[in-house]
Design a protein around this ligand. Structure first.
Ligand code: PMP
Length: 430
């Protein structure tokens, strides 16, 4: 069945479908942290639809509200609905402390890229500037503004010209830069300060700075403490709007609501999407300090200003995470997974760096000369797939094994999955 579905997809679907040939899977159904393929094989899911299914596949508590809402109505643009107001209030409970009780939310469109576009527009509108500081290794989405602040040429090379005044600063990556954590932070912050403040820095009229508190697609690059606070200081000194892109790192993924909560730094604007839609409904939010609430009615428009069913799902998902204390669970289980990986790395020259927070974990692989080795990671991914574990990759060279499981992954399932992953690492790097 799987083969037939795959063949049909290849025949009728777009060539842009990104699909690793060696991971042939067609989904039939999913529950919690497992999925079944069209032939009844069950897999443990360490991928969660790129970090979307934080409360698990088809979470019944979320779906109950989804069905109820869908039976009433699905679309209203932004006329008041209980679903909308309830989610705005719920988000206020969990946003970073400095935004609590003093934020506004714009549901601008269904995808993360929409939220990024809204954040860029907010920064420009409020400052009158047009320059943007972004970071090397960043991924922010596939629309024009979002591609402009993304750094990987693969995603934007064919679509220039994009927004013109964007400068990418180095992102602290102690392992790859061969620096101590302090050196990596200092180096990045010096560059950012120069871009904003130095007359030769490159940006004539800076409006905003956009950063992932932990880089996802870039390879779960986890900046040392001090980086986000340093950006906060530079933004404050220069009246530049600081945007945290929490689309992949937020909604409990790291064992805090937002990855930036680990550092206790509050942005001016924060983007959320992916897990915000509960069980995979397309929903994004741009959450910003009320001082930036200067837009007039319709200044930021769109037909889908919040999907009503997605909003219900989002509120329910937040409740579910709260009621089951999934933040603590993500921290515990993340510690367990990193522990297993560190054991596997002991004496293995190929598993060179393990990083991340909560259930946002990356394991970076290198060849015998210490160079990035994406082939090893592809082979590990395939070995895992053949033994019932779905896991994805990340990083500039595809050499980072990316752990992004649903937060509802149980300890037992994690143990089973890690037995397979560790065996894969041992076999492939032997
Ligand atoms: N920002 C980050 C950090 C992301 O990881 C992604 C998606 N991988 C996006 C933005 C874009 O989101 P979307 O694909 O929903 O447009």
């Amino acid at each position: 069945n799987t083969r037939a579905l795959l063949e049909k997809q290849r025949e009728i679907d777009s060539s842009a479908v990104a699909y690793p040939d060696d991971i042939p899977i067609a989904f039939e159904d999913g529950k919690g942290a497992t999925v079944r393929d069209a032939d009844g094989n069950t897999y443990i899911d360490l991928f969660a639809g790129i970090g979307v299914l934080n409360v698990g596949h088809s979470n019944p508590y979320v779906l109950e509200a989804v069905h109820e809402q869908a039976d009433k109505f699905v679309h209203t643009v932004d006329f008041p609905t209980e679903a909308r107001l309830e989610l705005i209030e719920k988000l206020d409970e969990i946003v970073p402390e400095g935004l609590q009780g003093q934020n506004k939310v714009v549901f601008g469109g269904p995808t993360g890229s929409d939220a990024i576009e809204a954040s860029i527009k907010l920064a420009k509108y409020n400052t009158g500037g047009d320059g943007l500081i972004a970071f090397r290794g960043a991924y922010h989405g596939a629309t024009t503004g979002a591609m402009s602040v993304t750094s990987n040429k693969k995603f934007k090379g064919h679509y220039t010209p994009l927004l013109s005044d964007v400068v990418h600063a180095p992102y602290p990556h102690p392992f790859r830069q061969d620096k101590t954590p302090e050196e990596a932070v200092d180096h990045a912050l010096e560059e950012v300060r120069a871009i904003v403040e130095d007359p030769y820095g490159g940006l004539a009229n800076p409006a905003g700075m956009i950063v992932e508190p932990i880089q996802g697609e870039g390879g779960i690059v986890t900046p040392p403490e001090g980086f986000l606070q340093g950006l906060r200081d530079i933004a404050d000194d220069n009246d530049v709007v600081l945007v945290f892109d929490e689309i992949q790192s937020g909604m409990g993924r790291t064992g805090q609501w937002w990855a930036s909560d680990w550092d206790g730094v509050t942005p001016d604007v924060m983007t959320s999407a992916k897990a915000l839609g509960g069980v995979g409904f397309p929903l994004s939010a741009t959450i910003y300090h009320e001082e930036l609430d200067t837009w007039g009615p319709g200044d930021h428009a769109g037909t889908y200003r919040g999907h009503v069913v997605g909003m219900r799902a989002g509120t329910r998902a937040i409740e579910y995470i709260q009621e089951h204390d999934l933040l603590a669970h993500a921290r515990d289980l993340g510690g367990y997974i990193q522990g297993r990986l560190r054991e596997a790395a002991n004496g293995n020259e190929h598993l060179a760096d393990i990083r991340g927070k909560g259930l946002f974990i990356g394991a970076e692989f290198v060849d015998s000369d210490g160079n990035p080795d994406g082939d090893l990671v592809d082979a590990i991914q395939q070995y895992c797939f053949e033994r019932g574990v779905l896991i994805w990759t990340a990083g500039r060279h595809g050499n980072v094994l990316r752990f992004l499981p649903p937060l509802v992954l149980t300890h037992d399932l994690a143990e089973t999955a890690l037995d397979v992953v560790v065996e894969a690492i041992d076999e492939v790097t032997a």
